[in-house]
Write a protein that binds this ligand. Structure first.
Ligand code: HEM
Length: 497
């Protein structure tokens, strides 16, 4: 596609279902420029990572072109990575085209403008990289739904146990050192919870394939190398620049990955039986997918979400925490037990989780390639998109669209409690689809959408069943490697914990 900054043209001769039947807005070419070859990529990368930072990079484009749909290079880009040209969708209306798999192809776009080598995943393309038109998409997603369904009875008890172990450790660290590592605690307890509930084994259980205490660091090394070309990990700038310029070979983490794979292949035979017998999947391919699902999608996603939860709650003050505690405790009833029904009754907890996901979508970008010539509508204009062009959505700005949410940059934990909640939830789209819709075998919405909400609610509930409030200390580092610490964890004073 040619770069263009033209702004308008006459009403369109094109017809498209994305146009409303009553209003025919003028059709624009998408504004923006990819710049000169290589130089444009380098300049956009410099602004994105160093000079402006991610959010200001997009806001400045929106101001410059007076448009929420813009052309720009998305990292990492040539010469050593593929074509970086993308059309970015930065409002809650235009981003919706990405959820419509009849309009966009989702093949190999999970990570963005490039795809990490399949060496990282045993030579197989993992489920998130498959388009629903590929036959394996339905069998692998069905397998994923099956794992969630069959593990469901273990979620509450295993979460309770894993949380209690982490909290005992936090309490001990606070007593000994005056601070406790929230980050390390979450890394361990989420992995323990996932392995115990989904494959019924402890990651550090003794045995030839045991991950011992190394699980989180092994997974981190493997995921970081796949993400670093387009995400700042908070490493020193020269190292990041290098990693964002040349693809890093898998061999650097092959030992780590093999260890994780052996753990799953040895211990999840009963789950792989289901993959083979019920879904006709190859055992090895199923095992790489199981590993990806637990370690990349879920563990990785939760390591991004868990810090946001405590940071947002901490910033809302202690009196808000007292309200959360009341919401939790009045829902569990006399015996203090957490049940699914009790979680459902926690209206403030639920709304708080939606609001955290709205403000800090853990996976901020989604992409799709136009299957045909399209018209995409924003609030202000309609844009001509050509077949084959790469569309990208930046959830963080789209979910702060002032046309969708009042005071969009303010954390308002009660936002989803009013009569308007259902309408507002249609614009909460962190899962690659509206919160009011469900993942299916035919769409590309996150298979774990409801599970993620449940995990976040269970965490807040367990927190306030044990503590009255917490306070965080200063956060060191940035991005996914930031370290969060508790400075205060006030045990419950009413004697019920
Ligand atoms: C896809 C986010 C946790 C399984 C996705 C997508 C997003 C997402 C944005 C769409 C990607 C795209 O279209 O490019 C997250 C976040 C999570 C999380 C932020 C945690 C905080 C989970 C969990 C599971 C899961 C818990 C399952 C147990 C999947 C699968 C896909 C997917 C299988 C691919 C769906 C498909 O191919 O149709 N996730 N996810 N995710 N997610 Fe999640």
């Amino acid at each position: 596609p040619s770069s263009s900054s033209s702004s308008s043209s006459s009403p369109s001769p094109l017809s498209s279902s994305t146009l409303s039947p009553t209003v025919v807005p003028s059709i624009r070419e998408v504004p923006g420029s990819y710049g000169a070859p290589l130089l444009g990529v380098a300049l956009d990368k410099l602004n994105y990572f160093v000079v402006q930072g991610r959010d200001e990079f997009f806001y400045s484009l929106m101001r410059r072109y007076q448009s929420t749909v813009v052309r720009v290079n998305m990292p990492p880009g040539p010469p050593f990575f593929p074509d970086s040209r993308a059309i970015m969708l930065l409002d809650h209306k235009s981003i919706r085209v990405l959820f419509d798999t009849s309009k966009v192809e989702k093949r190999d776009v999970f990570a963005g403008t490039y795809m990490p080598s399949t060496d990282f995943t045993g030579g197989f393309r993992m489920l998130p990289y498959l388009d629903p038109s590929e036959p394996k998409h339905a069998s692998l997603k069905g397998f994923c739904f099956d794992i969630l369904r069959s593990s469901a009875p273990r979620f509450l008890p295993e979460f309770h146990t894993a949380f209690r172990e982490a909290a005992d450790e936090w309490d001990a660290q606070l007593l000994a050192k005056g601070e406790a590592s929230y980050t390390a605690g979450c890394q361990n307890f989420v992995l323990c919870f996932l392995c115990r509930s989904m494959i019924e084994i402890d990651p550090s259980a003794p045995g030839p394939a045991s991950l011992a205490e190394q699980g989180p660091s092994l997974i981190q090394a493997w995921t970081a190398l796949q993400l670093v070309p387009q995400t700042s990990l908070g490493l020193p700038t020269p190292i990041e620049v290098l990693l964002q310029t040349f693809p890093v070979p898998y061999t650097l983490v092959s030992n780590q990955y093999n260890k994780i794979y052996q753990f799953f292949f040895t211990n999840a035979q009963h789950v792989l039986d289901i993959a083979e017998q019920k879904y006709g999947l190859d055992r090895e391919e199923a095992c790489h997918n199981l590993l990806f699902l637990i370690c990349f999608n879920t563990w990785g996603g939760m390591q991004l979400l868990m810090p946001s939860i405590v940071r947002r709650i901490d910033s809302a003050g202690v009196s808000f925490q007292r309200e959360l505690a009341r919401d939790v405790r009045s829902a569990v009833g006399e015996d203090g037990r957490l049940t699914m029904a009790a979680l459902e009754r926690m209206k403030l907890v639920k709304s708080t989780v939606y609001e955290v996901l709205r403000m800090d979508p853990p996976v901020p970008f989604q992409y799709g390639r136009a299957k045909e010539d399209l018209i995409v509508e924003s609030h202000d204009a309609s844009y001509r998109i050509r077949k084959g062009e790469l569309l990208g959505g930046y959830q963080k700005i789209a979910m702060r669209d002032p046309k969708a949410f009042q005071f969009p940059d303010t954390f308002m934990p009660r936002r989803f409690m009013g009569p308007d909640a259902e309408r507002l939830l249609q614009n909460v789209t962190w899962s690659n689809g509206p919160e009011t819709e469900d993942p299916t075998l035919n769409n590309k919405q996150c298979a774990g959408k409801d599970f993620v909400n449940m995990l976040a609610r269970m965490f807040i509930a367990e927190l306030y069943l044990r503590y009255d409030f917490f306070k965080l200390g200063p956060i060191s580092g940035s991005g996914p490697t930031a370290q969060y610490k508790f400075k205060v964890l006030q045990r419950r004073r009413d004697g019920s914990s």
